[in-house]
Ligand binder design. Structure first.
Ligand code: AMP
Length: 262
């Protein structure tokens, strides 16, 4: 059984996870649950797009066997008081800017793994830190489930697909393409042989400055499993960023593979 946890408002990114699960598993279950405890701000939760009918159609189209869409009361009855912490990983990158977010993510995913007897679960690399947190949780708590990671699906102009993109103004939507350009610039520089993070950062920020309304939350080069910052790209490294446009916070990342030293 393959499990694809989502918060709904399904787009081509979700579809790629569902289609892969469909391809690899005889039974596929999608979950749709807007998890209130992973939102650090009430407005973000209230504004989260809910598109149940379109989501069901997309699931049917892919050939999903079942959708699990529990109520908040089912997932968090009033007496519930157990939460999952993935110490260290939960506090870095997005965790610095969104306190409690990854406790909410780890807790809901642990609950889903216990409710749905899946053998395999699919997650998108777009939410890179989330994949690191979940993989660590599965290993630390001995969940009998295999995690499979899927590549980021992008719009034709490079913007990573996200439910939040629809909240951008037309101008900010255009400016938001800078995230991918910035990551590509870094990746190109690494391919050219640059290894020093402070120099790579200069190129990235130069690219970012082309978007006048971009507000940088963070731009970091990290070890893919510990998420700790590195200052040289000698090993596979993830460059991860979060940028706000008019209060809408977008994240993106790219794996940098330096290859063997020449
Ligand atoms: P969400 O509904 O945002 O919680 O996302 C549900 C799953 O879809 C997560 O594993 C996400 O990483 C994944 N996902 C969201 N957007 C994309 C994307 N653009 N490409 C690939 N996977 C994605």
């Amino acid at each position: 059984m393959g499990l694809v946890p989502t918060m709904g408002n399904l787009h081509a990114g979700h579809r790629s996870l569902l289609a892969r699960a469909r391809n690899e598993c005889p039974f596929v279950i999608a979950t749709i649950f807007v998890n209130p405890i992973q939102f650090d701000n009430r407005e973000d939760l209230d504004k989260y797009p809910r598109t149940w009918e379109a989501d069901v159609r997309l699931c049917q189209d892919v050939g999903v066997d079942a959708i699990f869409a529990p109520s908040i009361e089912t997932m968090y009855p009033p007496q519930s008081s157990t939460f999952v912490e993935v110490k260290g990983l939960q506090d870095l990158l997005c965790g610095r800017h969104r306190p409690g977010h990854f406790v909410g993510v780890a807790t809901v995913v642990a609950k889903l793994f216990n409710i749905v007897p899946a053998d395999v679960a699919y997650f998108g690399l777009k939410d890179f830190q989330q994949t690191a947190v979940i993989q660590r949780m599965v290993s630390d708590l001995n969940f009998p489930i295999e995690i499979r990671l899927c590549p980021t699906v992008r719009e034709p102009d490079g913007l990573a697909m996200s439910s939040r993109n629809s909240r951008l103004s037309a101008d900010h939507r255009r400016q938001a393409t800078v995230l991918y350009r910035m990551l590509r610039r870094v990746s190109d520089k690494v391919s050219e042989g640059l290894r020093d993070v402070s120099q790579l950062r200069r190129y990235a920020l130069e690219e970012l400055s082309s978007a006048p309304d971009a507000v940088l939350d963070y731009l970091e080069w990290v070890d893919p499993s510990t998420l700790l910052a590195v200052d040289k790209v000698h090993q596979p490294t993830v460059v991860a960023t979060a940028v706000q446009f008019g209060g809408v916070r977008l994240i993106d990342n790219m794996l940098l593979e330096p290859g063997s030293p020449s």
